[in-house]
Design a protein around this ligand. Structure first.
Ligand code: SAM
Length: 194
């Protein structure tokens, strides 16, 4: 729901600062270094623009985000990046358009991931790259703990803690799916191609 992140926007960067400093910033840098240079790239759920500094030189870079308040915070950081307000489930782009689409910590909040991944697949060129960093339902006993936690997190912050995101990517028809598991499998780096 956009309203959830509208209300988080003003303190989002401060709340995440320690995690960014000790872990996420380095991970983002490494994972997003795989983005192709000189092509068309699209970020989904760009939030406050924390990934902007990792964008490669591009023919066209688009950052999309559903929350108006998050966009207002991202705007001053967006240099040579088109920032647009849109829902990941209904992307306003032609088919076969982008060389790469990426998202970080987004598909826990998208209401219908299947619709989101179908849209991403539609707008990617054949052979185009999908890159994700997502928190997901871990394997084993911990997964059951996340099922329980999910009841609270969906009710309070509209955030799903037990998504099987790699499976949703596969169901959407992506190929060459690779999953790197971090933090006991809670965080997944998922890459795939159309
Ligand atoms: C946890 S934040 C992550 C922000 C940023 N990607 C990052 O790594 O810090 C999730 C973001 O996804 C956005 N979002 C949630 N549902 C969305 C949707 N259906 N379409 C587009 N963006 C969405 C939220 O507004 C929020 O900015």
């Amino acid at each position: 729901m956009p309203q959830t992140y509208d209300s988080f926007a003003s303190f989002y960067d401060r709340a995440f600062a320690p995690l960014e400093h000790y872990y996420l910033d380095r991970l983002r840098r490494r994972v997003l270094s795989a983005l192709p240079a000189n092509g068309r790239i699209l970020e989904i759920g760009a939030g406050t623009g924390v990934n902007f500094k990792f964008y490669p030189n591009c023919r066209h870079a688009v950052a999309s985000e559903i929350s108006r308040q998050m966009i207002e915070i991202a705007r001053p950081k967006a240099h040579q990046i088109d920032l647009i307000q849109t829902d990941a489930q209904t992307l306003p782009f032609p088919a076969d358009h982008f060389d790469a689409v990426f998202a970080t910590l987004v598909f826990c909040s998208v209401p219908d991931p299947a619709r989101g991944f179908a849209e991403i697949r539609r707008v990617l060129k054949p052979g185009g790259q999908l890159i994700l960093i997502e928190h997901v339902r871990p394997d084993g006993l911990l997964g059951y703990a996340f099922d329980a936690l999910n009841v609270l997190t969906t009710a309070i912050i509209d955030d799903h803690f037990n998504r099987r995101t790699a499976a949703s990517v596969a169901d959407a028809g992506f190929e060459g799916i690779e999953v790197e598991k971090r933090l006991a499998g809670i965080l997944n780096i998922i890459t795939a191609q159309k």
